[in-house]
Ligand binder design. Structure first.
Ligand code: SF4
Length: 448
């Protein structure tokens, strides 16, 4: 057993990482699908979208051939509507709410239709928005992820000059660095960021990290307001013996490496254990398989019924050949010559419901071991507690506290997205960015 890169041919890797949701091949396909929509008056699909996209309207616009209008409808509510069409768990949002489900028929393929018009807009660089002339107000945004970009776009539309400070070399945040490559390509992420900033009035300064290159106090002096969209933070440790052995990695870093390197350079084991059953765990497990790992086993401390990922994601992992061990929690990683050899797990049972409402896993005292050469930890993320603690910003264990107007306890400093909610969907971050912009516009006197 060994961890190694270059397990598959270049062609096979490209095939494995190609788009998992292919677009409509012909315009007719989009028109036929859009004509299935019955334009519900009280559209449940729109109500279940965190950014409230007018879904029946944009679908009707596609049906009538007005693709530009349809893209504008989407982007008016969600400027990252292109990326969201690829990464949103639509089965629990818009498509899950579509009335066709009640008829036990396929819901309208809303995401595919949304992708159809937004991709056309981005590819063709359609100019759908014009910003108001600059009014002299300046806002600093920290983080060029979905929350920061949505906030910056909404502010720029109103004539505010925005400077985004981004710690990475590229924008897009989680979309660019934290999602499986077969869902959204690096090229698309770059094109989406360029499309959003093409409105003008948004300057992104890359490789500028909060707490290292910039501080909130400095920005408060130079700008009329500050928006923090710094994301959720760092991977949660397992806190078990053997965690530092060679071959134990966290899913966030594993996916980050995949997104910033050639697939052939990413090392993966023969036998990989992935700890967790959330979306990041699925992304790590499926991509390990697609890199050429022989066996990938997902280990979860509750049962299949409590898994946090969606059924669609679960199906993807099953189709990729991953296997699952339920009611098991990692107890120790055993090694040989400093390298991972086995993962010892505790057998769990379910007890009384915990704070999440799900029955809590309880250790039975029995253990078992799995032969592995790589362990990927995907047991959640914890907020940037240390970073937040350096400022006098009010927070709960690192999660920034905000008012209903998205303002923190620091004057003129607003926040939104994963750094506030602890990690939700991209579409939630977009809405949080819009909410932040609304609060800032009121604060700087540009709206009531
Ligand atoms: Fe169309 Fe379904 Fe939305 Fe109704 S719920 S408007 S059918 S997409």
């Amino acid at each position: 057993m060994a961890i190694q890169s270059n397990r598959l041919s270049k062609e096979k890797l490209l095939e494995n990482f190609s788009d998992v949701h292919p677009p409509f091949e012909h315009a007719e396909g989009a028109v036929i699908e859009s004509n299935r929509c019955i334009n519900c008056f009280d559209a449940p699909c729109t109500k279940s979208c965190p950014t409230s996209i007018d879904i029946p309207l944009f679908i009707k616009q596609i049906a009538s051939g007005n693709i530009k209008g349809s893209a504008k409808t989407i982007f008016s509510s969600n400027i990252m509507g292109g990326g969201c069409s690829k990464v949103c768990p639509v089965e629990k949002l818009c498509e899950g709410a579509c009335v066709y489900n009640l008829l036990e028929e396929e819901p309208i393929h809303i995401a595919k239709l949304q992708r159809y018009s937004t991709e056309k807009a981005i590819e063709n660089k359609w100019k759908l928005f014009t910003r108001k002339p600059s009014n002299g107000k300046k806002v600093a945004v920290i983080g060029a992820g979905p929350a920061g970009l949505a906030c910056a776009h909404a502010l720029s539309l109103e004539g505010v000059d925005v400077t985004i400070f981004e710690k990475e070399a590229k924008g897009g945040g989680l979309m660019t660095y934290g999602v499986a490559a077969y869902k959204v390509s690096p090229e698309f992420c770059e094109a989406e960021v360029n499309y959003i900033t093409s409105i003008g009035g948004i300057d992104i300064q890359y490789n500028k990290a909060l707490g290292k290159d910039i501080t909130i106090a400095e920005l408060q002096k130079k700008y009329d307001a500050v928006f923090l969209g710094i994301g959720v933070g760092v991977a949660r440790e397992l806190a078990i013996p053997g965690e530092n052995l060679e071959g134990v990695v966290d899913a966030i870093s594993f996916i980050y490496d995949l997104r910033t390197n050639d697939y052939s350079k990413i090392a993966v084991g023969d036998k990989v254990a992935v700890i967790g059953m959330g979306m990041t765990a699925i992304d790590a497990a499926t991509q390990s398989k697609r890199l050429g790992a022989k066996e990938v086993t997902m280990i979860y401390r509750r049962t299949e019924n409590e898994k946090p990922c969606t059924e669609v994601e679960y199906d993807l992992a099953k189709l990729d050949g991953c296997s699952f061990i339920w009611l098991a929690a990692p107890k120790e990683v055993l090694g040989e010559n400093g390298k991972v050899k086995q993962l010892v797990c505790s057998k769990m049972t379910l007890g009384e419901p915990d704070a999440s409402g799900r029955r809590a896993p309880v250790d039975t005292g029995e253990t078992f071991a799995v032969d592995v050469d790589m362990v990927i930890k995907a047991a959640g993320q914890i907020p940037f507690e240390e970073l937040v603690a350096k400022s006098s910003i009010q927070n709960k264990s690192g999660k920034i506290s905000i008012s209903p107007k998205a303002e923190t306890n620091m004057k003129g400093v607003f926040a939104g997205g994963d750094c506030v909610n602890g990690g939700k969907e991209v579409v939630d971050a977009v809405q949080a960015g819009k909410d932040g912009a609304k609060g800032i516009l009121q604060y700087i006197g540009l709206s009531k």
